[in-house]
Design a protein around this ligand. Structure first.
Ligand code: PMP
Length: 451
């Protein structure tokens, strides 16, 4: 049994749904067969292999909260590019900004007037005064960590078990049998990453204090909620404790809002009054155009300036050539001013609450030992009892075969959710009809599994 379901039922569901999926997508299958020859592993980016379907469908177009494949199927999209399109596909103001900028140059390593506006917007919305633009959340985290190490003159960082902050090497650590190890599965990693990365469980303030008490940790990097394993919410008082302990031991606090920006206007940080020293946001910040931002307090900025003054001039190890380009400025300006609005967040929150209660009702109706959790517009069902308290529990809560079977079954019924973590996002474009369809589809699958 896995998560209350027999292996036989899971295997059966997976096989039947895989067959249905393949039979319905001859054009995607043929297109992939024609197009794969010169892509490593048959896809332009190997994550596309990690979807649970027998092969990925080829997209014709996506708009709002719908995505259409070349076989003519239109799905309600709750994956939304795994958060990159959290505010819907091609939101009209962003599409317009892109069109306008398209004729004014796409990259020139100089600011535009949009950039001037953007700086003000970032500081008003997120509460931190000094900003930089990068292209991915991975890079923003990398650069922010470099600043943290430079200004504290400490080499270590601390992460929580189960974390994910992009392809940032030094965060790729896990706890196994009580010991820190390199995250299993890393390719080509020959360093022992645990030498400079301490790791403790989320929600464990005692372990955090003992790890920080050596006063050699430059920075704690964390999401406010762990969203990259099965979702783990902070215990009451955890964030206060985290902030107090990092201050006590001279460690900076980096809050990575890349997923928790779903929480509401200004992200979890603003909604819950967190006070980070460094702040990172990627993915949806430019409405789907690759861009990220990272901000810091005046204090960190002043210490950074001091560090710059004391260092030999040369390459800082930060920045990439196409970062802070005018297309990003235009798309971010449009997103921050017209998409990340209180009204849109209110719509998303209402829809996500509806989705959460519908899924919870289906779980209860079919007496499954599962639960559903939510951070603003971000909802996730977990095929294990909850709530979860840390990364170790989250890892055990994963049921990959069962989740894959459910995800393909949902696609065959017209709804796309995120692979890897059963995540469902409600965008400003998502309708109650789409939400109710997802609930009905989930309920139908749950019934089959539970029968
Ligand atoms: N931070 C968090 C919290 C993330 O979830 C992710 C990606 N899932 C990243 C950073 C990295 O984003 P990107 O892949 O766009 O660099």
């Amino acid at each position: 049994m896995t998560a209350g379901i027999s292996h036989q039922k899971i295997t059966q569901l997976r096989a039947t749904e895989a067959q249905t999926y393949s039979a319905a997508r001859p054009k995607s299958k043929a297109a992939l067969a024609r197009g794969i020859a010169h892509f490593l592993d048959g896809v332009p980016m190997h994550w596309m292999r990690d979807w649970p379907m027998p092969f990925p469908f080829v997209v014709h177009a996506a708009k709002g909260a719908a995505i259409t494949d070349i076989d003519g199927h239109t799905l309600d999209d709750f994956c939304l590019g795994d958060t990159g399109s959290m505010f819907g596909h091609s939101p009209a103001p962003v599409a317009k900004a892109i069109r306008t900028q398209a004729n004014r140059g796409l990259t020139y390593m100089l600011p535009s007037e949009d950039a001037l506006e953007l700086g003000n917007m970032l500081s008003t919305l997120f509460g931190l005064p000094e900003w930089q633009i990068a292209t991915t959340a991975t890079d923003a985290n990398r650069f922010a960590l470099r600043v943290a190490r430079a200004v504290t003159n400490r080499d270590k960082i601390l992460v929580f078990n189960g974390c994910y902050h992009g392809a940032v090497d030094e965060t790729m650590v896990r706890i196994r049998n009580g010991k820190p190890i390199n995250r299993p599965g890393l390719a080509g990693e020959f360093r022992d990453l645990t030498e400079r990365t301490r790791i403790v469980e989320f929600n464990d303030l005692a372990a955090l204090e003992s790890a920080l008490s050596h006063e050699d940790v430059a920075c704690v990097i964390t999401e406010p909620v762990l969203t990259n394993s099965c979702m783990v919410l902070p215990d009451p008082g955890f964030h206060d404790g985290l902030r107090a302990l990092t201050r006590k031991y001279g460690t900076l606090l980096l809050i990575d809002e890349t997923h928790t920006i779903s929480s509401g206007l200004g992200g979890y940080t603003r909604v819950h009054g967190l006070l980070p020293d460094l702040f990172v946001l990627g993915k949806p910040v430019a409405g789907g155009v690759p861009a990220s931002v990272w901000g810091m307090t005046h204090e960190v900025a002043a210490r950074w300036q001091q560090d710059c003054d004391g260092r030999e001039p040369g390459y800082s190890g930060m920045g990439t050539t196409l970062s802070a380009n005018p297309l990003q400025f235009a798309a971010m300006r449009a997103t921050l001013s017209q998409i990340m609005t209180a009204d849109n967040y209110a719509h998303m929150e209402r829809g996500a609450a509806r989705l959460q209660s519908g899924i919870a009702a289906a779980i209860e109706k079919h007496a499954l030992p599962w639960h559903v959790t939510r951070v603003g517009a971000r909802v996730e069902f977990i095929c294990a009892p909850g709530p979860l308290h840390n990364g170790a529990e989250a890892e055990l809560a994963h049921a990959p075969d069962l989740e894959a079977a459910i995800q393909v079954a949902l696609i065959n019924r017209g709804t796309l959710i995120a692979p890897f973590h059963n995540m469902m996002l409600v965008s400003p474009a998502t309708t109650n009809r789409q939400i109710d369809r997802l609930i009905a589809n989930f309920s139908d699958i749950a019934q089959r599994l539970a029968a």
